[in-house]
Write a protein that binds this ligand. Structure first.
Ligand code: AMP
Length: 379
């Protein structure tokens, strides 16, 4: 067990690393962040910010030599980086789980191999692979790059073989998956924490709404049947134990036809749709990341209050600094800003959690705040 006052390392210094840093430091740990960006949101709050590239061996040696354990805030950290550190210090989650989650072909194949449902898909590694895939999939379909796609980036909507061929070329003929576009009823996420001993604690399921491929709101408790919630939880747990996973794992689901659950993707880390846990659960997803990293048992994931989380994107700055005072007028709303200097359209700048006696009320408050902030400069 790694106890307070030890040094914990985190690879990546964005908002997820920042919230990990806050959780760890609150518990009395020291935190080192590795991120080349001198303005990294996590670096600003860390005990030490190593401003180096992820492959920089001297920075990695320093991290490996001083940290009691290392975690990551993103899956695109180079495989060699994790392997280099794993040889020196516990790294959770490990290189294998991160490698699966980093690559859509590996990820979807792994999920399917566990007997768990995904949207029908084919791996596309070369132009020739498209013909058979298009014959067997129902159109429309989505062509997604296997790597480095997020928030709907690196995706093309496909209606025919010809479009698929153009799309593949447009994406640089890099390995892709072609998958059926599902008639989505809802999107859900299950976030869990799994300890070194395999003890698992699952957070209440989040009901997610995306706008332009980017998460907009998460609402908890999700408005779904008990049976669907149970099945989604089981599927996420099966995936975690198949990987002998250690750390926080987020699994995103599509729900179609009322009860058909498909796994879309997983993230080997805390997830945007789990930000509600910071204000609404006994243990937050970042507390769990600290606990599982340190060889401690997971904490209780009990929900203290219904909650709606709303993301704040850079678009909100289009006509100047948002009127935060309008948000603060609501006593049940908690603002979280990530300390990013440059608001850009689509860039995640922060979020707010609205807590209320029941889900409908939390959603209502969220919409009132959205309106108040959105019209901030109309007055
Ligand atoms: P992804 O990057 O795969 O998480 O996709 C971003 C968002 O695009 C998802 O959260 C969905 O809203 C939508 N999406 C992705 N794949 C599909 C699909 N196969 N069918 C329907 N919608 C999808």
């Amino acid at each position: 067990m790694i106890l307070p006052d030890s040094i914990l390392g985190v690879l990546g210094g964005g908002q997820l690393g920042r919230m990990f840093t806050v959780a760890a430091r609150s518990m009395g740990y020291r935190v080192w962040v590795l991120d080349p960006d001198p303005h990294s949101p996590a670096g600003a709050l860390a005990d030490r910010h190593l401003k180096a590239e992820y492959r920089d061996e001297s920075a990695l040696s320093e991290m490996g030599g001083n940290c009691a354990a290392v975690t990551t805030e993103f899956e695109n950290v180079p495989a060699e980086t994790l392997e280099f550190l794993e040889a020196r210090v516990p790294v959770r989650p490990g290189a294998r789980a991160v490698a699966i989650a980093r690559d859509r072909i590996k990820e979807k194949t792994f999920i399917r191999d566990q007997g768990l449902a995904t949207a029908p898909f084919f791996a596309i590694r070369k132009l020739d692979d498209l013909k058979a895939a298009c014959q067997q999939l129902r159109m429309p379909a989505l062509l997604k790059t296997a790597r480095l796609g997020y928030d709907g980036k690196g995706q093309v909507l496909i209606n025919s073989l010809e479009q698929a061929q153009q799309g593949f070329q447009q994406l640089g003929e890099t390995p892709c998956v072609l998958e059926e576009k599902v008639a989505l009823e809802l999107e859900l996420s299950v976030i869990l924490a799994r300890s070194v001993n395999g003890e698992t604690a699952v957070f209440p399921i989040g009901e997610n709404r995306h706008v332009n491929g980017i998460l907009d709101t998460t609402c908890v408790p999700a408005r779904i049947d008990e049976a669907v919630a149970h099945r989604a939880t089981e599927m996420a747990q099966a995936l975690a134990s198949a990987m002998d996973y250690r750390g926080v794992l987020a699994v995103e689901f599509f729900l179609a036809d009322g009860s058909e659950l498909m796994i879309n993707e997983m993230a080997p880390r805390p997830h945007n749709s789990g930000h509600y846990t910071v204000d609404a659960c006994i243990t937050s997803q970042f507390d769990q990341q600290v606990r599982t990293l340190c060889g401690l048992p997971p904490g209780s994931t009990d929900l203290l209050s219904p909650v709606t989380m709303v993301n704040i994107l850079g678009d909100l700055w289009a006509s100047g600094t948002p009127h935060w005072e309008r948000l603060f007028e609501h006593p049940q709303v908690k603002l979280h800003l990530y300390g990013k200097r440059h608001p850009r359209p689509g860039r995640k700048m922060g979020h707010y959690n609205c807590l209320a006696g029941e889900t409908g009320q939390a959603i209502e408050i969220a919409e009132q705040v959205r309106l108040a902030l959105g019209t901030a400069n109309d007055a």
